[in-house]
Design a protein around this ligand. Structure first.
Ligand SMILES: Nc1nc2c(ncn2[C@@H]2O[C@H](COP(=O)(O)OP(=O)(O)O)[C@@H](O)[C@H]2O)c(=O)[nH]1
Ligand SMILES: [Mg+2]
Length: 357
């Protein structure tokens, strides 16, 4: 049983050593624990620091592609390196390395395919009240969309088994945390959560430079993801709201018309017609969105099968560089032996597209 701990990094030379020092090398029930850093076009010495601190594998994206793209590239590499369990953690030492054992326990026990660490955000001192409230609201929306009961949906401290990782296909560039939970809820992935501890804050969040950016970016993400996965609910609800709203001016006009003053209320008639048209447009979007959603599910199934075929063929991970202990890992699951991944085997165009789309 092989565990790979992956850490997405953007310019993390300062905090990476402490994060790595906190990571376990042995966990009960796991034969080998390896570390993988995803360097997302850092301009500092992140990669050198990773190597000198014993990181086994490096996925080095040429330029900055965003956290979600880095996460997906990391999952892909971990699968190709033969991981049975993949844990994701942050490079700012936010999470408690020793709790990785808690994260993987439900997977080892066969109860879960994906486990999300619950930071119990109410107890985190450096989270502002508005961030806590938005975090709660966002988590609630994601629970509704995903039909799971994950309390802390924006937590980046997670474990995936091979089956869960094979099914994840993140399309948003910015956040993967919300989308992967929604996907898990819709796919054959059993999700659990475990309470985890956090370390004191080491630096400001890079993803959200201000509370306002946290609110704006998360709200947009939640709305986009929710409407991508539940288009019928979103657009049909909007259609009903607009239709009911249209009934108000229509009724005003009708009452006036019955009492002989129809000509004086033409504005109500026009306003009602505008709202009614908008309702029809929303209804049409609901139908189109529903059709696209069905298409998306088919694409997802194809993507998953292509991944399985790639693993079977022993396709090497893209953008891969060996880390401190080059072991020449070839994918261990392939039916055909593959050459050890090297820098010369950087991703082809299709892989790049998969990462950046
Ligand atoms: N791959 C990648 N990782 C990033 C990027 N921005 C931030 N990260 C990583 O994402 C993790 C979380 O970032 P952080 O700034 O701590 O945001 P927080 O989750 O709001 O605290 C850290 O490991 C960062 O290095 C990015 O553009 N690409
Ligand atoms: Mg952080």
């Amino acid at each position: 049983m092989k565990l790979i701990i992956q850490i997405p990094c953007l310019n993390e030379e300062a905090t990476l050593p402490a994060t790595l020092a906190d990571l376990p090398r042995e966990i009960d029930g796991i034969d080998s624990v390896e570390w993988l850093v995803i360097d997302d076009g850092s301009t500092d010495a992140t990669v050198d620091v990773a190597r000198s601190n014993g990181v086994d594998h490096i996925v080095r994206l040429t330029n900055n592609r965003g956290l979600a793209a880095g996460f997906q590239a990391g999952l892909d590499a971990c699968l190709k390196l033969g991981a049975d369990v993949i844990v994701n953690t942050d490079a700012d030492n936010q999470y408690y390395g020793a709790d990785i054992a808690l994260l993987v326990e439900p997977i080892l026990a066969g109860r879960a395919d994906m486990v999300v660490g619950d930071r119990q955000t109410d107890t985190i001192e450096h989270f502002s009240p508005i961030k806590k409230r938005l975090q709660k609201l966002g988590s609630w929306v994601v629970r509704q969309a995903s039909e799971t009961d994950v309390p802390d949906t924006t937590s980046g401290f997670r474990a995936y088994n091979r089956e869960a990782a094979l099914q994840m296909a993140v399309v948003s560039r910015f956040t993967y945390t919300l989308e992967t939970i929604i996907q898990a809820g819709k796919l054959l992935v059993a999700v659990e959560d475990v309470p985890v501890r956090t370390n004191p804050k080491t630096r400001e969040s890079r993803l959200f430079p201000s509370t306002w950016s946290y609110v704006r970016r998360n709200s947009i993400s939640i709305f986009r993801i929710y409407s991508q996965y539940e288009p019928m609910r979103v657009f049909f609800t909007a259609a009903i709201v607009l239709f009911v709203a249209a009934l108000v001016p229509f009724t005003l006009f009708f009452v006036a018309w019955v009492s002989g003053d129809g000509a004086g209320h033409v504005q109500s008639l026009i306003f009602g017609a505008v709202l009614f048209n908008a309702a029809v447009v929303m209804g049409a979007l609901a139908v189109i969105g529903d059709l696209m959603h069905a298409q998306r599910i088919m694409s997802q199934r194809i993507f998953e099968r292509v991944r399985r075929v790639e693993l079977e063929l022993g396709v090497p991970p893209s953008h891969y560089e060996p880390g401190a202990h080059p072991t020449g890992q070839a994918p261990t699951t392939g039916a055909h032996a593959a050459a050890p991944p090297s820098t010369s085997q950087r991703g082809g165009d299709s892989e790049r597209e998969a990462i950046t789309s």
